[in-house]
Design a protein around this ligand. Structure first.
Ligand SMILES: [Zn+2]
Length: 388
């Protein structure tokens, strides 16, 4: 028997288009080919998935995800540091967003050039350009340089989650996972037309079919890790229901009612993916007992529970970052103070290492800003380089 299955969202036949179950931008890898056609995939990708993934960029950036297509976490650009310059957050590492060169003419006719660069390499490049610019126009006066490291005050992000666009994207992820687990024709017979219309056209169903859910107790899954995405689909022909649960970054929870007249197979499946390592697995799990048809009418956004979940997320993140910083500090201190391979480590080395580490600890614990003078000659272009 050959069946020409139609796209869930339009009348076109399926064309083999692969759609990520959990958005690739959030680290999802698994794809279904049974859901929609390529034009619908592209349209919904731009219309609902991208804005939703963008609204979660703070999470993706801070957790340091790898996207499903193997790309690094998004950089958050031009955040206000409160220190008079903007910073970019690349992974968890803040850097000054943009170098600057300012020139001013002093009352005595001298020109002062002020270069602010992100690192010595860049300072060197910018200085060389300025020296070139003023070449033969008089003597170069004093060049001073300093390396400044400043602790950023707490960064402030605003989170705008979901809205209708986000909930459509969430509904689509649940539906995609259902498509992985049952025959394509069963999806088309069983899933409610309202949910399809909601995803495709944003038509609000008479009641919220998919929403934030801070009350539901999510099933336990094997091998829990922080920041995991977990997507559940439960289909019960006895109760006629299909419902989905989605947890993103271990912190944001949604539930959705996908069907009320289900006669397809019984399914109790979970898809779990770690967005940092991209390790993923499917498992069979027991659905939460509390969820029945009535449950969805009583579900609500609960600010108290929601903020507790977010606090847990950021505190786990903080612990992880502190551990990472500590490791990096030790490694960098070791490299700067210890001799190279094959050389003998002396007591003197060890004492220097201890002193260096202690200094770094103090700076890090007390969040001290530091200004160190730099030897300006290290920034000047070297004559050999000119010849090249
Ligand atoms: Zn289509």
């Amino acid at each position: 028997m050959t069946t020409h299955l139609k796209c869930l969202y339009c009348e076109n036949p399926l064309d083999g288009s692969g759609e990520h179950v959990i958005l690739s931008a959030l680290g999802g890898k698994k794809q279904t080919h049974n859901a929609c056609c390529n034009p619908c995939n592209n349209r919904l990708g731009t219309e609902i998935d991208k804005p939703f993934a963008d609204s979660l960029q703070v999470f993706s950036n801070q957790v340091g995800i790898t996207t499903g297509r193997g790309k690094p976490a998004p950089t958050l650009r031009k955040l206000d540091s409160g220190l008079g310059y903007e910073v970019n957050l690349r992974g968890q590492k803040p850097e000054v967003a943009k170098a600057s060169v300012k020139t001013e003419t002093l009352p005595n006719g001298q020109i002062r050039v002020n270069i602010q660069a992100r690192n010595e390499e860049e300072a060197r490049r910018l200085l060389a350009a300025q020296l070139e610019r003023f070449k033969g126009k008089g003597e170069i006066g004093a060049v001073t340089a300093e390396s400044v490291s400043q602790y950023l005050p707490q960064m402030r992000f605003s989170l705008k989650l979901g809205g209708s666009l986000g909930l459509r994207s969430v509904a689509k992820m649940m539906l995609n996972y259902l498509c992985i687990n049952v025959r394509p024709d069963q999806v088309r017979l069983g899933v409610s037309a309202e949910i399809i219309k909601f995803i495709s056209a944003g038509e609000r169903p008479p009641e919220p079919w998919v929403d934030f859910d801070h009350r539901c107790v999510f099933p336990a899954t094997p091998n829990p890790q922080p920041f995991q995405h977990r997507l559940f689909v439960f289909a019960s022909p006895n109760r006629g229901l299909v419902f989905g649960l989605l947890e993103l970054f271990g912190a944001l929870r949604f539930s959705g009612l996908l069907a009320e007249t289900w006669s397809g197979p019984e399914i109790n499946r979970a898809y779990v993916i770690d967005p940092i390592t991209n390790e993923a697995f499917d498992a069979t799990v027991v659905p939460p007992a509390e969820i029945g048809r009535e449950y969805f009418a009583t579900r609500r956004f609960d600010l108290g529970v929601a903020s507790k979940q977010l606090q847990a997320f950021f505190s786990t993140l903080g612990d992880l970052q502190r551990r990472q910083n500590l490791n990096e500090m030790i490694e960098s201190s070791y490299h700067s103070q210890m001799p190279g391979e094959g050389e003998v480590i002396t007591n003197d080395h060890i004492q220097k290492l201890a002193r260096d580490l202690a200094g770094r600890f103090v700076v890090s614990l007390y969040r001290i800003d530091s200004r160190e003078p730099l030897d300006p000659t290290t920034l000047m272009p070297s004559p050999e380089e000119d010849k090249k």
